[in-house]
Ligand binder design. Structure first.
Ligand SMILES: [Zn+2]
Length: 226
């Protein structure tokens, strides 16, 4: 870079691929400078500033908390995200594509299988959610769950985190139960996924948490883990 300023520097043709990439990134970031000063912050450039400037800002989606809750098991977050965007291969989709003609729900075998049905209205799902709420001692409305978790009041933040992770885990478990039913023509009892989800979330919380329970949560936690 001898003999020229960092903003004017270009990578030589015979340099390595890595150096060319570094110089490309430099060229992107130089537009964030004015008179050799970082435009976003008078006290100078920081990695956090640069990251936020590069990615630009977007409004927070209402399902942010529930989908990216730190207590969520990662694989459950992915299936929940896919269900939100209607990306799972429910039976209505192959029918629309002309691949098959059977749309019946694999879990209740009564109505066509859509995302809305399988994750909200199916009897299997309703039974799972009722059992879950009884087990974890937190109630939330299944048809308005995103608004409840993003704005609704809960007794404590831990109970809300725990309930959110269990809800997302149950959505995952419902999808797995649906796949099991499709392949084996047998529907598992709702108690099985609910028990498994609560156990997994509890284990994750124990691994991550180092602080003692607040008095507000002690009684709830004792009842919930019985
Ligand atoms: Zn159903």
């Amino acid at each position: 870079m001898k003999g020229c300023g960092w903003t004017d520097y270009s990578a030589p043709l015979d340099c390595s691929w890595t150096w060319k990439k570094i110089v490309q990134v430099k060229d992107i970031f130089k537009t964030g400078y004015h008179n050799n000063s970082w435009i976003k912050n008078a006290s100078g450039y920081s990695i956090a500033d640069g990251y936020n400037w590069l990615r630009t800002s977007h409004p927070k989606v209402p399902w942010h908390f529930i989908c990216w809750n730190p207590l969520n098991i990662p694989r459950t977050s992915f299936i929940y995200w896919a269900s939100l965007h209607k990306k799972l291969l429910t039976r209505d989709r192959p029918v629309q594509m002309g691949i098959c003609s059977d749309t019946t729900c694999c879990l209740c075998a009564t109505v066509p299988e859509t995302h809305e049905h399988i994750f909200q209205d199916c009897d299997f799902t309703r039974n799972c959610m009722t059992l879950l709420q009884q087990k974890i001692q937190v109630s939330f409305p299944i048809h308005d769950v995103i608004r409840w978790f993003s704005t609704g009041r809960c007794k404590s933040s831990l109970q809300k985190l725990f309930a959110g992770a269990c809800y997302v885990g149950t959505i995952y478990a419902i999808w797995m139960a649906r796949n099991h039913a499709r392949i084996h023509q047998a529907v598992i009892h709702p108690k099985v996924p609910v028990h498994q989800v609560r156990k997994e979330v509890l284990e994750r919380w124990k691994r991550r948490n180092r602080k003692p329970l607040r008095p507000l949560d002690t009684q709830w936690f004792f009842k919930m883990t019985m």
